[in-house]
Design a protein. Structure first.
Length: 95
């Protein structure tokens, strides 16, 4: 009997309050937003940000602009990766 497969999104589901990385912007996310918001959201790509929670399968990401404005964006799991805290860089083994 083969072991039951677990979907990647379930197996590696980050917990609310943890940091995640927006790896790319979902298509249409910036459509219709003011230029200031587009600039702020675009600057998030590749930067660890707080996962506030989940909303119907989408991740709720929270960030604060330099001027103190709090934003929430909602993205599908495919656009987000987890950060790996405490993970060491690979080193060469001595022989």
């Amino acid at each position: 009997m083969a072991p039951k497969k677990t979907a990647r999104s379930r197996k590696f589901q980050p917990k609310p309050g943890s940091k995640v990385v927006l790896v790319k912007l979902p298509p249409g996310l910036l459509d219709g937003l003011p230029k200031e918001d587009q600039k702020a959201i675009s600057a998030l790509v590749g930067v660890p940000i707080k996962l506030s929670g989940y909303d119907g399968g989408r991740l709720e990401l929270e960030f604060v602009e330099d001027n103190g404005t709090i934003h929430f964006i909602y993205v599908d799991r495919q656009y987000v990766d987890t950060t790996q805290r405490g993970q060491r860089k690979p080193t060469k083994r001595r022989k």
